[in-house]
Design a protein around this ligand. Structure first.
Ligand SMILES: [Zn+2]
Length: 235
């Protein structure tokens, strides 16, 4: 059975890790827009050249360009059984473009729907929990292993338990930086989540639990939402 899935969630929610796990479990590619952009730049295709030029000028890659890249990626053979999309759609315009791919508005009534419907799952974690989680994250300056320290641990004070090197907090993980990034994300994401929230094939999982528990919850939702399809397609 196909799995056409969009995984959404704020930075620091563990969404990327979960997307990789789900792709492995269901035997479909994990398609992240970050990877697509990097691959396009590397391959220097006409679209890739546009991406390079946009990024070089410090601009954001626009809806049309990223949608073209995603459409091209979704047309490849390895998506025969579906995909897990991560990082797309980021805007309402992108969400509409994705809908158009899977349920074209101009489809004749007798024509079959070309693909299984989209399943959208939100990995929800409250901002404050993400700030806390990331503020406890340290990277070892010597061995580069990323680890979590206890809540009351002083910044840049503890030695690395693996090599004795000094543990430092990355600038990206500073509470102020994280809050700013979350606010930027929310401005884009809230309308997209709002669009999907009322749909039949939308679900939310609590991303604050252990990653294994989050994966299990995601799989349970996916299987429930996929069964909706077969129930509906039954004669
Ligand atoms: Zn170390």
């Amino acid at each position: 059975m196909r799995l056409n899935m969009v995984l959404i969630g704020p930075p620091g929610s563990g969404k990327g890790t979960q997307a990789v796990r789900l792709a492995g479990r269901y035997g479909v590619p994990h398609i992240s827009t970050g990877d697509i952009l990097r691959a396009a730049v590397r391959a220097a295709t006409p679209l890739g050249q546009q991406v390079s030029a946009t990024l070089a000028s410090g601009g954001l890659v626009g809806d049309d360009l990223i949608t073209d890249l995603v459409r091209e990626r979704l047309a490849r053979k390895d998506t025969a059984r579906g995909f897990v999309l991560d990082g797309f759609p980021r805007t309402v315009a992108q969400a509409h473009a994705l809908d158009e791919l899977f349920a074209p508005a101009h489809r004749e009534p007798h024509e079959p729907v070309p693909h299984a419907p989209l399943i959208v799952v939100l990995v929800a974690v409250a901002d404050q929990a993400i700030v806390g989680r990331l503020s406890r994250r340290r990277i070892c300056a010597s061995c580069a292993i990323t680890q979590s320290v206890s809540e009351d641990s002083e910044v840049n004070a503890d030695p690395c338990p693996y090599c004795g090197g000094s543990l430092v907090r990355r600038e990206d993980d500073e509470p102020e930086t994280v809050r700013r990034r979350l606010a930027t994300y929310a401005a884009f994401a809230e309308p997209v989540t709002g669009l999907y929230r009322s749909r039949l094939r939308f679900a939310t999982v609590d991303g604050l639990r252990h990653p294994d528990a989050v994966t299990a919850a995601l799989c349970a939702k996916i299987e429930y939402l996929r069964d909706l399809d077969s129930a509906q397609n039954a004669p």
